[in-house]
Ligand binder design. Structure first.
Ligand code: ADP
Length: 602
């Protein structure tokens, strides 16, 4: 018989041709049956990884493409019984051979875990393979045909990718550095096959602090809470990782109880990865991770650890940015509080001496004094009063800002109150040659307002309209619309440039170069009005055009659903506090020609 069936077949073909088959269960090739010859010929001439298990002992034959599969067992494995070649996976493949022989049907396994001992250690590896029966001339099963593809790389990379993508999803949403480390180790811990344990250390000068861990309790010998970066007593040579500026692989240190999780073998290698946030030269954190004892840390495995560390770096950067932002906001709020407290204190300090000055001035004015002296006294009195009003406004405002003002809401006939307040400006508008229309028909229901506050809202808006309107009209209207009481104060005054509108309600903000009847003003009025409106759960807006006029609209909800219940009281019939309206009007009158207005500011 010819041995041409052993021709070609590359290295394995050559090896089989010069192999001493007499010592194997298969015997001399010249005596091999036709079924074996045909199968061998197909096998040797295929580029696909193929093996044959032949005869009662399932002696192994394979081609070049298959030869890497048994690793270090090649070429020793050639011609040997299957059981001798594969003791470590016999539990899995033995029954499969059996099944093919008994049933006469092939089997197909997908991504089957076959932990082979082929490179000196038990390895986690996966395969797609078939075992198909090869029948001899008499129909009996003489051997088994095995086509196989190793899928280890795909299975492992899919598993690692799942971990990385979970980390990626979280990386941009960490609120604190410690939370970022915690979820990172949680996600790594969920993939205990690739990361039997993980520690994240944060750098603090020459020390590092353990921020989070999985599978190793914080404070245990292998997971010290604090470590000196270059310390020799440490189980983890983090400084070496920092200097390498990339992942380094070190043998598991002896004497530490490192959890290998569901792998039965002890941890052999540990990966240390320095973590640098964007733009940092020195690493600000480290990932210490146990490696799967059934996989060598090759380039792919190492880059998996580096990518995981990269996500931690992104998360740390996000958390730090968030932290900085929060600190900045806190500092600003602190500054703001300090400013408010300062205004509050200083206004108090101003008030006492002012009141002490006002009393003797008022007394002096009631006494009979020479007209010349009276004029001076009156001026001093007027201006002291004005200063007191400013101080009071400042105090009001700082109290509201500090949350120290508690409104009392009573059901009020808002139309009547508003009409009275607006009408108190009638004499001033007449003197100024302005038309004042007050259109406030009775509303269907009383509106809950703090009376004092509503007075300030209306008086401030009308007095502003008066101050900035040189000719034309001022129209005050009050209406109910969509469950709100809506106050509008419209004027045909100077108007406000569009660019100034966004800042108009800021405290102390004044429009530069505004042509009012007076240069006076502190920029508090509108800020105060806005705060008062907000206390009523309402809104204020402005619509203004330069040279055409302005319109301020205040809307406050009707009813009490929006108000704190303990601040709502029954009606009382307080009369209009004439004093306050009077003070506003007197001030307005002084802005008219011939009024005792101050000269332009210095
Ligand atoms: P003050 O009147 O004390 O300066 P306000 O907070 O009441 O402070 O007003 C801020 C600025 O808004 C005013 O200085 C003025 O420039 C502008 N302003 C307010 N009301 C009007 C109005 N009705 N017409 C034109 N400008 C106005």
């Amino acid at each position: 018989m010819s041995s041409r069936f052993l021709s070609a077949g590359g290295a394995m073909g050559a090896l089989m041709r010069q192999y001493d088959w007499r010592a194997t269960p298969l015997g001399e090739p010249m005596a091999w049956p036709q079924s074996l010859r045909s199968a061998v010929s197909i096998m040797l001439n295929s580029r696909y990884p193929i093996a044959l298990y032949w005869g009662a002992e399932l002696a192994l034959l394979y081609n070049d493409a298959w030869s890497p599969i048994p690793g270090g067992k090649h070429p020793w494995a050639l011609g040997r019984p299957a059981r001798e070649v594969w003791p470590e996976i016999w539990d899995t493949i033995g029954p499969l051979f059996e099944k093919v022989i008994v049933t006469g049907e092939g089997v197909w396994q997908e991504d089957e875990l076959l932990p082979m001992l082929r490179h000196g250690y038990l390895e986690e590896c996966y395969f797609n393979f078939t075992f198909s029966p090869v029948r001899g001339e008499d129909g009996s099963i003489d051997g088994i045909f095995n086509a196989v593809v190793e899928t280890t790389d795909r299975v492992l990379s899919e598993r690692r990718l799942r971990t990385l993508s979970r980390m990626g999803e979280r990386a941009n949403s960490s609120l604190t550095v410690d939370a970022a480390c915690q979820w990172a180790t949680d996600i790594l811990g969920d993939n205990a096959a690739d990361i039997p344990f993980a520690l994240v250390y944060l750098r603090d000068g020459d020390m590092v602090r353990l921020a989070a861990s999985s599978s190793l309790p914080a404070g245990s010998a292998a997971a010290p809470e604090r470590l000196s970066l270059g310390g020799t007593a440490s189980p983890w040579p983090l400084l070496a990782a920092a200097e390498a500026a990339r992942a380094i692989v070190v043998p598991a240190p002896a004497g530490y109880d490192l959890p290998s999780n569901f792998w039965p073998e002890p941890i052999g290698e540990v990966v240390l990865v320095p973590i640098s946030c964007a733009g940092e030269e020195r690493p600000s954190a480290f990932l210490v991770a146990g490696a799967n004892p059934r996989r060598r840390v090759d380039a792919t495995y190492r880059s998996f650890f580096e990518l995981a560390a990269g996500h931690i770096g992104t998360a740390l950067a996000t958390a730090r940015a968030y932290d900085d932002e929060r600190r900045r906001a806190q500092a600003l709020a602190e500054l703001d509080r300090a400013k408010t407290a300062f205004f509050s204190n200083i206004s108090h300090e101003f008030r006492t001496p002012l009141t002490l000055m006002l009393e003797p001035l008022a007394d002096a004015l009631t006494a009979a004094v020479a007209p010349e002296q009276r004029e001076r006294l009156e001026m001093a009195h007027r201006n002291a009063l004005r200063l007191l009003r400013l101080v009071n406004a400042l105090l009001d405002f700082s109290r509201i800002e500090a949350g120290r003002v508690e409104a009392i809401f009573r059901p009020t006939d808002l139309a009547e109150l508003t009409a009275d307040l607006a009408s108190s400006f009638r004499s001033a508008t007449e003197k100024a040659g302005l038309q004042l229309t007050v259109d406030a028909p009775p509303l269907p229901t009383p509106v809950h307002v703090d009376r004092d506050m509503w007075e300030k809202i209306v008086l401030n808006l009308v007095s502003n309209a008066f101050k900035f309107t040189h000719e034309g009209a001022i129209a005050v209207t009050l209406r109910e619309a969509n469950g709100e009481a809506v106050l509008t104060v419209r004027d045909t005054g100077t108007g406000i440039p569009a660019t100034e509108l966004p800042k108009l309600f800021d405290r102390f903000y004044r429009v530069e170069g505004a042509r009012g009847r007076s240069f006076e003003g502190s920029g508090i009025g509108l800020a105060l009005v806005q705060e008062l409106v907000a206390l009523h759960g309402g809104t204020i807006r402005v619509d203004s055009h330069e040279g055409v006029g302005s319109s301020f609209t205040v809307a406050i909800p009707i009813g009490t659903a929006h108000l704190p219940p303990d601040r709502v009281r029954p009606a009382n019939d307080a009369a209009l506090s004439a004093g306050r309206a009077q003070a506003f009007v007197e001030e307005a009158l002084r802005w008219l020609p011939g009024g005792a207005e101050l000269e332009a500011p210095l």
